[in-house]
Design a protein around this ligand. Structure first.
Ligand SMILES: Cc1cc2nc3c(=O)[nH]c(=O)nc-3n(C[C@H](O)[C@H](O)[C@H](O)COP(=O)(O)OP(=O)(O)OC[C@H]3O[C@@H](n4cnc5c(N)ncnc54)[C@H](O)[C@@H]3O)c2cc1C
Ligand code: FES
Length: 274
């Protein structure tokens, strides 16, 4: 069930407190926002860049001191404009929106790629006090694009983090899904949490089902209203902003003709996922 509240949908303006460069393409922005400090891992906010656009971003962290962080990858006009922002610049915030990951104890595996690592790192920080059996497979094309590796190794402990890069510039040279079969042979996981490129999550889903492991995946679709009204984020019978962004394996099976295969463009046309 979605946890959307009226107060969450009222836009607040705030100023950027800190801009941190994570890689050539990704920056972390931190600002104060009281509503979003109530966010749970997996939830997202809508960030308004005055004069440009409003875009959905996963919450990377929400602290008791009232600060909230998001990691932003530069892909187009709005994210480029956010990369140009400096400390003290004004932005608008709505949220937190959507559902969230369940907090499972026991043997936990996280599989993340790209900026999909952001909500998983937030989740890992919450779970670290509940379970010591937290493993993380993290993947990127290159070392430069491998985000938050130091934080992940701190939260999950170094021996529980498997890093993969497609070009072999860090960790194992392979896709993030490659080490999973051998991990499953060694350990019995209670749950897999995944977020990242959808084709990666589709493979993780197939493997999880083959091994009988419960799974939750966080999805992205075009979003405008973020409260289930406009239909921009439609995925089969679901509206990702309201029914997700976190979906279970059985929900994803219901939309298997689209999940990992296609999405809608700004005109509502179904297009293949890159
Ligand atoms: C729930 C959710 C969480 C997300 N979390 C993050 C995050 O933590 N960090 C991050 O960098 N990105 C995240 N995104 C993706 C981010 O919203 C898009 O990259 C951004 O909206 C692109 O805007 P743009 O103007 O820079 O690019 P555009 O030029 O508009 O588009 C570039 C690409 O981004 C996609 N895109 C454009 N607008 C949206 C939109 N409103 N919603 C989703 N995708 C869009 C397009 O399909 C296109 O492929 C998230 C998206 C969703 C739905
Ligand atoms: S973004 Fe409008 S229904 Fe989901």
């Amino acid at each position: 069930m979605s946890v959307y509240r009226i107060a969450a949908n009222t836009q607040r303006t705030t100023r950027i407190l800190e801009v941190r460069t994570e890689s050539r393409t990704t920056k972390t922005l931190t600002f104060k926002d009281k509503e979003c400090t109530k966010a749970k891992p997996g939830q997202f906010l809508m960030l308004w860049i005055p004069g440009i656009d409003e875009i959905p971003l996963s919450i990377l962290d929400a602290k008791k001191d009232g600060t909230v962080s998001v990691a932003v990858k530069k892909v187009g006009e709005a994210t480029q404009a956010l990369h140009n922002k400096k400390t003290g610049d004004v932005i608008g915030v709505r949220g937190p929106f959507g559902n969230f990951f369940t907090l499972n104890e026991g043997e936990v595996l996280m599989v993340g790629g790209g900026t999909g690592i952001a909500p998983l790192l937030f989740l890992a920080k919450k779970l670290a006090s509940k379970t010591k059996n937290l493993s993380f497979v993290v993947g990127a094309k290159t070392r430069e694009e491998l985000l938050f590796i130091n934080e992940l190794e701190k939260v999950c402990s170094e021996e529980n983090v498997i890093a993969t890069t497609e070009d072999g510039s860090y960790g194992i040279k392979c896709l993030a899904t490659t080490p999973l079969e051998s991990l499953f042979a060694k350990r019995k996981f209670n749950i897999i949490y995944t977020c990242g490129p959808e084709q990666m999550m589709r493979k993780v889903l197939d493997l999880a089902e083959r091994h009988g492991i419960f799974l939750e995946a966080s999805l992205e679709r075009l979003m405008r209203c973020a409260i289930g009204i406009c239909g921009s984020c439609i995925l089969g019978k679901y509206r990702v902003c309201r029914d997700g962004p976190v979906f279970t394996a059985s929900q994803l099976r219901e939309v298997k003709s689209e999940f990992g295969i296609s999405k809608r463009d700004f005109n509502g046309k179904r297009i293949p996922l890159e």
